[in-house]
Design a binder for this molecule. Structure first.
Ligand code: FA5
Ligand code: MG
Length: 379
């Protein structure tokens, strides 16, 4: 009896369910993946692991050339406090990333979240004394549903704090380090550009874009760390001392470019025909094994005053899982003070053909659950 209880407790502890209180907004399937030990960015042979290793090696070479040790982490727990994720990074109280429509909170107090970016660890690592570090892991956001957005993705963040350096030097070093990493990985001829960015925790801020499949794809954000962030990290910055830069890049986006992977869902595929194409540390373009036909279904409803599209996106993802390719708003109109929205849900499996019955059943569930849980009135 006693050992059963202990085993039960142990299992509960392993699955982390005791961490989750009431009033949170994390679907079970997302929570379960956040507890995996074998995350994609450390799974040998997985393209996310390969690209992580490549960028890490480039950054390590670049940073160590300039002297000093570099701290590397790949297994930091994705559960962090709102303080780490937002407050210490100067993310304002009314910033959209703090709302329940964008972020997964563990319980109603909103004190703990599934990190929305790896930058959440920066101040703590600085307080622990790290001055140069590269950290990667899984991050979580409620977001759009399409080929380049998935509620779980992976980021690598890096920080470099200089004991002595003026701000010009920090900015030059940042851009040079990242440009040379990108050139070494994507080749001298890769089409790369810098555009201005905006983050509460850096100033000035920049974004790097890569031209891919006919459009500019944003792959990373970066900038000079704000003084106040460095202070939260236990440093005493002056005009020429203890200045630093930080960057955060999306591993899926970069892997999509490098391996020519057309849909972000593929990273989660368990299909042999996907996994057998990749070997640890080897870059080889993905060969699509087949293209199954998409099937779309429209749904229209009147929305209540408190409505956010991310709730609908998540509801569809929760029902259809990786069988949903995209959800797109295709029509919108107001009558009196009522608003009607119409979405097109595109279903397509990466691995097989879907039957009509299967799709109808998914769409029926989407309709029923929308009416029951989102307070919408189906049209
Ligand atoms: C950030 O998350 C900042 N923390 C980056 C940063 C760090 C800036 C340090 C300054 C200093 P952003 O939300 O833009 O910024 O995300 C960074 C990168 O993650 C993007 O450039 C993109 O490559 C990737 N990314 C963002 N959202 C998604 C998504 N939904 N799916 C896949 N990749 C994404
Ligand atoms: Mg961005």
């Amino acid at each position: 009896m006693r050992s059963m209880t202990l085993r039960g407790l142990f299992r509960r502890w392993c699955s982390g369910s005791s961490l989750r209180g009431s009033g949170g907004n994390i679907p079970d399937w997302i929570w379960e993946r956040s507890r995996f030990v074998d995350k994609l960015h450390v799974r040998h042979g997985h393209p996310l692991c390969t690209i992580r290793g490549m960028i890490e090696a480039e950054m390590l070479a670049g940073l160590t050339k300039k002297g000093g040790g570099v701290h590397v982490e790949t297994k930091l727990d994705p559960v962090v406090t709102s303080r780490q994720c937002f407050d210490e990074l100067l993310v304002g109280q009314d910033h959209p990333s703090r709302s329940e429509s964008d972020t997964y909170f563990l319980d109603g107090t909103k004190e703990r979240v599934l990190r929305t970016h790896m930058t959440a660890h920066d101040t703590e690592l600085l307080r622990k004394g790290a001055r140069r570090f590269i950290i990667s892991g899984d991050v979580y956001r409620r977001d759009a549903v399409d080929r380049s957005h998935y509620p779980i993705f992976h980021q690598m963040d890096g920080v470099n704090v200089f004991e002595r350096a003026n701000r010009k030097h920090v900015e030059d070093d940042l851009k040079e380090t990242l440009s040379s990493m990108a050139r070494n990985i994507f080749g001298k001829d890769a089409n790369i550009r810098w555009v201005p960015g905006s983050f509460p925790f850096t100033s000035p801020s920049f974004e790097m874009e890569i031209f891919w499949r006919g459009e500019w794809l944003e792959v990373l954000g970066c900038g000079e760390l704000q003084e106040q962030v460095l202070i939260h990290g236990g440093l005493v910055p002056t005009e020429t001392e203890n200045r630093g830069w930080a960057f955060g890049l999306g591993l899926e986006r970069l892997a999509m470019v490098l391996f020519d992977i057309p849909d972000i869902r593929l990273f989660w595929s368990e299909d042999e025909r996907f996994s057998s194409q990749f070997q640890d540390g080897v870059v080889q373009p993905f060969r699509p094994y087949s293209k199954y036909p998409p099937c779309y279904k429209d749904i229209a409803f009147w929305v209540p005053t408190r409505y956010h599209e991310n709730h609908f996106f998540e509801l569809v993802r929760g029902i259809a899982g990786d069988l949903v390719e995209s959800v797109e708003e295709i029509d919108k109109f107001a009558r009196g003070d009522r608003l009607s929205l119409c979405y097109r849900v595109v279903y397509r499996s990466m691995d097989r053909s879907l039957t009509n019955e299967e799709i109808d059943s998914l769409q029926d569930q989407v309709r029923a659950k929308s009416a029951a849980e989102l307070g919408v009135t189906l049209r």
